[in-house]
Design a protein around this ligand. Structure first.
Ligand SMILES: [Zn+2]
Length: 243
């Protein structure tokens, strides 16, 4: 028997609170689920809402063509476009959790599996390398293309997107992905792998240069060459905001 919208609304509210309790979403970050009507989906409220107190009445029901507006997640279109392009994916979660953000700053993301329960971890991690947030449909469709058939993609210097065939699967994967990313981001890299060296803002005066190339070069100086490396995770993220 298909789930009734009211049940699904309560489930999404519970999922939002669970993700908040694991510090995966808070002021920022969001989760959606497709309804039995493939043109409509439910999404948690956007920035400013207390995710740890999310109730069924707070959950928003939208159609795939709904445009972004106040109260909605700023990166709303990643939800509408995954549900449009890949309806077998019923849930998408976007997080800015610490371990996954750290992993997203690495030049080469390690693929070895440390936890059996993270078997969804891709052999080659997809990475969204564009500097801006995913704020329109075209960008969201490119992101879903990068995700491909994987369960997770990292967003450079920003966070991750995790998907599941059910809301439950997406929530489990998000929790396990953050747990799995912790040791992946802190373990010494294999010799010669170029991995490791997570970016540290305001840390070492000589930051390691094996962070992602898209984010270690500053704007051209007056001599036409790049200025000192800068850390987008600090200045850029503040400038661009989060969603
Ligand atoms: Zn975001």
């Amino acid at each position: 028997m298909p789930e009734q919208p009211a049940d699904l609304r309560s489930e999404l509210a519970a999922a939002t609170r669970i993700l908040a309790s694991h510090h995966l979403i808070g002021m920022f970050g969001h989760v959606s689920v497709l309804t039995e009507d493939p043109r409509r989906y439910l999404v948690c409220p956007g920035a400013g809402a207390r995710k740890d107190r999310c109730r069924a009445s707070d959950v928003l029901e939208l159609d795939l063509d709904h445009e972004f507006g106040p109260g909605l997640p700023l990166e709303l279109y990643m939800h509408s476009e995954v549900h449009r392009l890949k309806p077998h994916i019923r849930s998408l979660i976007h997080v800015h959790s610490p371990a996954l953000v750290a992993l997203a700053a690495m030049a080469k993301v390690p693929s070895d599996l440390l936890m059996l329960h993270a078997s969804f971890w891709p052999a080659t991690m997809p990475v969204w390398d564009e500097a801006d947030l995913v704020r329109d449909r075209a960008a969201a469709q490119r992101l879903i293309g990068i995700l491909g058939d994987e369960a997770i993609t990292l967003l450079r210097w920003h966070g991750a997107v995790i998907v599941g065939r059910t809301l439950h699967e997406a929530v489990f994967r998000a929790i396990l992905a953050e747990e799995h990313a912790g040791p992946r981001g802190s373990a010494p890299p294999p010799p010669g792998s170029g991995a490791g060296n997570v970016a540290r803002c305001g840390g070492s005066p000589n930051p390691p240069m094996t962070t992602a190339r898209t984010s270690v070069t500053g704007p051209p100086g007056r001599n036409g060459r790049g200025t000192r490396p800068r850390c987008r995770a600090g200045r850029g993220a503040r400038r661009r905001g989060r969603s």
